[in-house]
Design a binder for this molecule. Structure first.
Ligand code: URA
Length: 264
């Protein structure tokens, strides 16, 4: 019989054996992105489980197991995934996703490394009061930046807004009602004034929970919408450029972190 310690967790469908006690997890949102990401960042990638929005592959970086697990979109499913991975002993979490830039000098295909997030979502407030900062781990953030620099991949390090919605919370008017609540009208301009770099939907939840649990988290996102020019997302070709860039930076950053045993 399976010991309690090795129980398969309800939502993610994983246990300690399946993840080979991996200490690092890479968290894309899209289950369809997991296989390619696992193969791109490591060696001998293998499928291990798929349950709900959580599709998991294990890959090996510098001989160490690294889990790649999708979270689905938005805070609630990130929170469930991170909670269960923490129970399995995972210590380091890197979100790898896509984003809309709100800066003129952040173009489609570039990557953004987020050092902190505005908590414009609801999930993180179930873990800490809203005054608590959603900050990334310094070592993971620096490794991501070093990787992007060495690879000469266009990048910025910045603060993002994590929104619970793709349309109103990111002030998009190309929606069914063409209406954005007064509360969000003009918000994009205001975030620009405050020096925010990009919109996405997951990092604030991840950063808050990681800090509260005493774990480490970072985030890298490929730009697929340039909101200073348009509300729409990029063509498939440009999407691929963003994807290749965040894969390359993630691979190198992991090699830096694992080979230098920064989180031993
Ligand atoms: N993800 C988001 O949340 N917003 C965008 O504009 C693109 C990707």
């Amino acid at each position: 019989m399976e010991s309690l310690d090795n129980a398969v967790l309800y939502h993610i469908g994983l246990n300690r054996d399946l993840i080979e006690n991996a200490q690092y997890v890479i968290l894309p949102g899209d289950p369809g992105r997991v296989e390619e990401l696992a193969k791109a960042i490591g060696k001998n990638a293998k499928f291990i489980a798929s349950h709900r929005e959580y599709t998991s592959w294990l890959t090996y970086v510098c001989e160490k197991p690294v889990l790649v697990m999708s979270t689905g979109m938005g805070g609630p499913s990130v929170a469930i995934g991170v909670e269960e991975l923490a129970q399995l002993g995972v210590k380091n979490f890197i979100r790898v996703g896509t984003t809309g830039s709100i800066r003129e000098d952040l173009n489609i295909g570039d990557v953004v490394i987020n050092k902190a997030s505005v908590r414009l979502e609801g999930t993180s407030s179930h873990f800490a009061p809203i005054e608590f900062p959603a900050t990334a781990d310094l070592d993971i953030t620096l490794a991501l930046r070093q990787a992007a620099r060495e690879l000469k991949i266009p990048h910025k390090v910045g603060i993002n807004v994590s929104s619970d919605t793709f349309w109103p919370g990111q002030e998009r008017y190309d929606c069914f009602s063409n209406y954005v609540l007064r509360r969000f009208q003009g918000s994009l301009k205001e975030w620009q004034k405050l020096g925010v770099t990009n919109f996405e939907m997951e990092s604030a939840t991840l950063f808050t929970i990681a800090n509260v649990f005493g774990l480490r988290a970072g985030a890298i996102n490929g730009v697929i919408a340039k909101r200073t020019e348009s509300e729409t997302v990029a063509s498939r070709d440009m999407y691929k450029v963003a994807e290749k860039n965040f894969q390359a930076v993630t691979k190198k950053a992991l090699e830096i972190l694992i080979s230098e045993e920064i989180h031993k």
